[in-house]
Design a protein around this ligand. Structure first.
Ligand SMILES: Cc1cc2nc3c(=O)[nH]c(=O)nc-3n(C[C@H](O)[C@H](O)[C@H](O)COP(=O)(O)OP(=O)(O)OC[C@H]3O[C@@H](n4cnc5c(N)ncnc54)[C@H](O)[C@@H]3O)c2cc1C
Ligand code: FES
Length: 356
């Protein structure tokens, strides 16, 4: 890898002299996709089977990568049947680790997760978006911590726990993690979570829902009586997060609950559709009614900036050059040139040009 990096650096210098007709980055990307800065790639260098449906992929980015903060996510692009598909995954490795780890649970019927979890061999080239997201711990770390997670929702919290256990284990003494999964063997990172608890004084409450049923605010209060006095980070299925949000709204401090959602809220708006021109990449695409501009562009081969893919992180913003777009969440129309358009939650309202 050191040799490859050195070759990549020399190629960067050499490519600087060869700017016509290709730009250096185009040339580098053609020589080796791992050297492209404009389309960052990573190589799968290891796989760890965590449970029957969950696999950790160890990714080695090609060029200097932006370090994530524990709890943040990255966009991962993989080519399936000739089309680049992008999804978002929380980083489960520590920021300083050599390789970036993402841990993927296969969703039955899902387009990408099954491929990543079960059919992505070592050596596969994937694309990588920059780290993003606000589901992170503040500094200093609050004294009274509570984590509530279920299923694959453990991933961003595992990223936090690994970092804290390695650098500030004392912050986990007295913290509580309530984690729900169907059975003990379904618990992703089960052995490691138990080891972190034993080593740091963190209390781990495993709730096995096949036997004990789902977590409710009452059962949470039974196992963590001082829940309202804690700063809480929660990640899991929408149903659980909705119940917790309502409970904190009514009986706690809503600002003390920090939630990460993996599934976007159902879109309320719609759009008529139209032709979208991405002016920087020079790619045109048909965006059908209700189709986010990002999805239409990616299907046509555009590599677009992306992060959460649900309207939160603003990574995907492009300027509106002409035409109109409709916000698929709110139904609002934007038709002023220069407007910042979040392509992941905006549909075309007629033909439109976006500066991306
Ligand atoms: C901020 C963020 C972080 C994420 N981190 C992780 C992570 O660390 N590990 C991980 O495995 N996934 C994570 N996800 C979910 C991931 O991005 C994909 O949505 C998931 O892998 C499904 O992709 P798919 O292509 O297989 O399903 P799709 O083909 O996109 O969807 C198929 C169906 O499954 C539903 N669905 C999508 N995701 C889920 C889900 N998580 N649970 C239940 N139903 C779902 C969809 O609504 C749809 O009905 C994260 C999502 C976000 C927004
Ligand atoms: S990708 Fe996060 S707002 Fe669009």
């Amino acid at each position: 890898m050191g040799v490859l990096s050195a070759i990549g650096r020399q190629a960067t210098t050499a490519a600087g002299w060869l700017t016509q007709p290709l730009l250096p980055d185009d040339l580098l990307g053609t020589l080796n996709p791992l050297w492209s800065a404009s389309e960052p790639h990573a190589r799968v260098v290891g796989l760890r089977r965590e449970t029957a449906d969950t696999t950790t992929l160890l990714l080695r980015p090609g060029r200097a990568r932006t370090r994530h903060r524990p709890g943040q996510f990255v966009g991962v692009g993989i080519r399936i049947d000739g089309v680049w598909q992008w999804r978002t995954y929380s980083a489960t490795s520590r920021p300083g680790d050599d390789v970036l780890a993402v841990t993927v649970t296969a969703i039955p019927g899902g387009t990408v997760s099954g491929v990543l979890a079960h059919r992505t061999p070592v050596g596969t080239l994937v694309r990588l978006g920059p780290p993003a997201g606000e589901f992170v711990l503040p500094s200093p770390v609050p004294e009274k911590l509570l984590f509530v997670t279920a299923g694959s929702g453990i991933t961003p919290v595992m990223g936090m726990l690994r970092e804290l256990a390695a650098t500030r284990p004392e912050t986990l003494d007295g913290a509580v993690l309530v984690h729900c999964d169907r059975t003990p063997s379904d618990v992703v990172f089960g052995a490691e979570l138990r080891a972190v608890a034993a080593a740091t004084g963190m209390r781990l409450v495993e709730r096995h829902t096949a036997l004990e049923g789902r977590l409710t605010p009452d059962t949470l209060a039974d196992c963590v009586p001082d829940w309202a006095a804690r700063q809480t980070w929660a990640c899991g299925p929408a149903g659980l997060l909705d119940v917790l949000t309502e409970h904190w709204d009514r009986h706690g401090d809503p600002a003390a609950l920090h939630v990460e959602r993996f599934v976007a809220p159902a879109f309320a708006g719609d759009s008529s559709g139209g032709r979208v021109a991405f002016t920087t990449s020079g790619i045109d695409a048909d965006a059908g009614p209700g189709t986010p501009l990002m999805v239409a562009g990616e299907a046509a081969g555009a590599v677009l900036p992306n992060g959460c893919r649900m309207g939160i992180c603003h990574t995907c913003v492009g300027r509106l050059r002409s035409g109109a777009v409709r916000d698929l969440n709110t139904g609002e129309l934007h038709d002023t040139p220069g407007d910042a358009v979040r392509t992941c939650v905006s549909g075309a309202a007629g033909d439109v040009e976006i500066e991306l």
